[in-house]
Design a protein around this ligand. Structure first.
Ligand code: HEC
Ligand code: HEC
Length: 503
């Protein structure tokens, strides 16, 4: 209940701000509908709860007419931009989804039955049929089960899947479910940021051609045979932006025909020159000032170098916040106390002790369990907080007993074969809301492993975690506090929250 009401409050605050004329763009200007003929400017800012976010097109303004990222290519009237909105850091926030529902009476293509509702068979004009989208910003991701390898061959999974709870009705449905003619598993996930992608697609050069954690070969780009980053999508199922876009057109857009090579290239070219970050904060003011911290704002993302490991106390993840550390004493600056808090938050992120325990792909790496680390122990790639190695881990966000995802998501019981290597901490019978990486590999030990996503534009795209289980940035911190028994003080929670709100 606490989570819902805090999101509702945020929604009300933003609506009030917009009515009062505080926002620079009205709601209708914020929303990018498919098939419009207007320019996405080289640089454009949008207000959010904490300040504003700026989108930077490094190659200049983008004409949307005829552009496959912005055109409704499929038959449900959606474009890529429908779920990857510039105002929302190229993801989409639950606040925006609710506003859209209110404005269009639920008729906007974003609510399309296929994945914008809890299940396509439900009465589409009722709010309850879209509750996961409207409460938590979650789209239905439907994947074939048993899974298929990229070459189309069936993979024999190490586990069987039983549906324990099916609040959406989709996993037990005779047409859409696991027992249907085309057996399908439905999980529910947040859209991810389409921007700053040079960081996301950066291949881990340290361990190449192997995946540093598992020692197995990294996945390859099917068109070039080259190794890939394995950081795209929350289960790393898409090797490249090309395969991702091709599949997104067939699923989310319900395109009857695949995108042409030229269209795919146009999408990738657009995505790769796009940078996004928070640029203004209500308390700190302009985040991009020359004398301020150097890592903030989208231009810093454009300048930055991907793939740099920044996991110590001194090699700063998002650049140094030294410039703000002393500002607590500067009483002439009304934002001084806030800046000092952000600066402390940045330091806590690098140094605050966490006894990390029972995390697959972390404690399993021979480092001990528990292992004394900090936030950058996992979120270690400079400028984004991604993992320089493929970032899928079972943090506990999807699996019981730690998941805080709630009763509105499906719950599965996975039973692993006695021959399979078990999940190191959960054994061979695992209850999960989303098997994550295991839906791609079929491996018991990878059940519930979720690939982390970049930290930029967090202020514009609540809720957080792949399954939306943290409604606010503060909730993210509180979930870590509970998960690892961190005993954070109120000041530490506030400092870490403030730090994340300016990225
Ligand atoms: C109905 C909403 C929706 C539409 C339309 C949509 N996406 Fe997405 N997008 C998502 C969701 C949800 C995810 C995360 C899926 C997951 O983690 O399994 C995602 C993930 C992505 C990612 C991965 C980013 C990362 O860092 O992992 C990219 C890139 C992307 N989408 C591009 C596109 C493109 C290109 C199109 C149009 C062809 C498109 N999307 C259309 C919802 C959508
Ligand atoms: C043991 C590794 C690990 C540690 C330590 C860790 N994280 Fe994470 N973090 C992850 C993984 C994995 C995810 C993705 C989980 C998901 O989406 O379900 C994640 C996701 C996040 C997200 C969500 C981003 C989004 O866009 O939804 C935030 C924010 C975050 N972490 C902040 C932190 C903070 C703050 C700390 C320190 C208190 C921290 N993390 C410590 C592994 C870790």
């Amino acid at each position: 209940m606490r989570k819902r009401s805090s999101t509702a409050l945020v929604s009300a605050l933003i609506s009030a701000a917009i009515l009062a004329g505080v926002a620079s763009a009205g709601l209708s200007d914020r929303w990018w509908s498919p098939g419009e003929d207007r320019d996405l400017p080289a640089s454009i800012s949008y207000e959010n709860e904490y300040g504003s976010l700026t989108i930077l097109n490094a190659n200049g303004a983008v004409r949307t007419k005829g552009h496959p990222f912005f055109e409704p290519i499929g038959h449900n009237g959606r474009a890529c931009v429908t779920c990857h909105q510039p105002s929302d850091a190229m993801s989409i926030s639950v606040t925006t989804l609710r506003d859209r529902w209110a404005q269009t009476g639920g008729k906007d293509p974003v609510f399309a039955a296929i994945d914008g509702s809890n299940c396509p068979n439900l009465p589409q004009n009722e709010r309850a049929s879209h509750s996961l989208l409207l409460d938590k910003g979650l789209f239905r991701i439907f994947l074939p089960w048993p899974l298929k390898a990229p070459d189309g061959k069936a993979i024999t999974p190490e586990f069987t899947i039983e549906v324990v709870k099916d609040p959406t009705g989709c996993n037990l449905h005779p047409v859409y479910g696991l027992q249907s003619k085309n057996p399908t598993i439905s999980v529910f996930r947040r859209p991810r940021v389409v921007g700053n992608l040079k960081y996301v697609t950066q291949v881990d050069r340290i361990a190449m051609p192997f995946e540093v954690k598992s020692g197995e070969p990294l996945a390859v780009d099917p068109s070039t045979g080259e190794r890939v980053s394995m950081n795209i999508m929350s289960d790393s199922r898409e090797p490249t932006l090309r395969t991702q876009a091709a599949n997104a057109a067939l699923t989310h857009l319900q395109a009857h025909q695949g995108l042409t090579d030229a269209q795919l290239q146009q999408i990738i070219d657009f995505e790769q020159q796009l940078y996004v970050a928070q640029s203004f904060d209500r308390r700190a003011g302009d985040l991009t000032k020359a004398e301020g911290p150097p890592g903030l704002g989208p231009a810093a993302m454009l300048r930055g170098t991907p793939g740099i490991l920044a996991n110590g106390a001194t090699n700063h993840l998002f650049g140094s916040f030294e410039a703000w550390s002393g500002s607590g004493a500067d009483s002439a600056d009304p934002g001084a106390a806030f800046k000092a808090s952000v600066s402390r938050g940045a330091a806590l992120f690098q140094t605050r002790t966490i006894w990390v325990r029972d995390v697959y792909n972390f404690n399993t790496l021979g480092v001990g369990n528990p292992q004394k680390r900090n936030c950058v122990g996992c979120h270690n790639m400079s400028m984004t907080g991604l993992d320089v190695a493929p970032g899928y881990m079972d943090l506990g966000t999807a699996n019981l007993p730690h998941s805080e995802a709630g009763d509105d998501l499906p719950l599965f019981k996975l039973t692993c074969s006695p021959k399979a290597a078990p999940h190191p901490y959960l054994g061979r019978v695992i209850f999960t809301h989303d098997p994550g990486r295991a839906l791609v590999t079929g491996r018991c030990r990878e059940i519930g492993a979720i690939t982390m996503q970049q930290f930029r534009g967090l202020a514009a795209r609540a809720p957080y975690f792949s399954n939306g289980s943290a409604a606010t940035l503060r909730d993210v911190i509180e979930i870590y506090d509970r998960r690892f028994d961190m005993k954070l003080t109120e000041q530490e929670i506030q400092d870490l929250t403030n730090f994340m709100s300016v990225l």
